[in-house]
Write a protein that binds this ligand. Structure first.
Ligand code: SF4
Length: 146
């Protein structure tokens, strides 16, 4: 099991912003800090903004800020929202499944339980519990622009 880069960076953005409460951080600064393309980071920020976890403003006084919901959301909820769902194995999608073993397969419910257990552990932790120590938040003051 592996998280997509999209979810991974979504979590990084939230943790990074959690270490800078109340600040509007330039997405370009975060992209540089994470060594990822700005374009990719903007897509992540846009999705986090749609979900109400961050506020993204353009302009000289703009930037990305963590919203209270982004501080209290669980890691499990973030992963559910950012990861493609239901596709651990192909039979989890009834519409596209072509596996001939689906009738009476004993592996499918096991994988389903394992997936639920994985998310269950992540549901126990909120972003506020992951507020990083200094090494994740760089020491360079961010500019307030996107
Ligand atoms: S073998 Fe079982 S778990 Fe795997 S895709 Fe087929 S039905 Fe699903």
């Amino acid at each position: 099991m592996r998280l997509t880069h999209f979810s991974d960076y979504g979590l990084r953005v939230l943790m990074y912003l959690a270490s800078r409460p109340g600040e509007h951080v330039a997405s370009a600064d975060m992209a540089r800090h994470f060594n990822v393309s700005w374009n990719h980071l903007l897509k992540v920020v846009r999705r986090l903004s749609e979900l109400g976890f961050v506020e993204a403003k353009r302009g000289p006084h703009g930037g990305v800020k963590l919203m209270p919901t982004g501080l209290d959301v669980t890691v499990g909820e973030i992963v559910r929202n950012l990861e493609p769902q239901g596709e651990l194995v192909e039979c989890f999608n009834e519409e596209t499944n072509s596996c001939p073993l689906v009738q009476g397969c004993r592996l499918a419910p096991l994988l389903d339980r394992a997936n639920s257990a994985f998310l269950g552990v992540l549901d126990e932790v909120r972003v506020r519990d992951l507020v990083p120590t200094t090494e994740l938040a760089d020491s360079t003051p961010p500019t307030a622009r996107r």
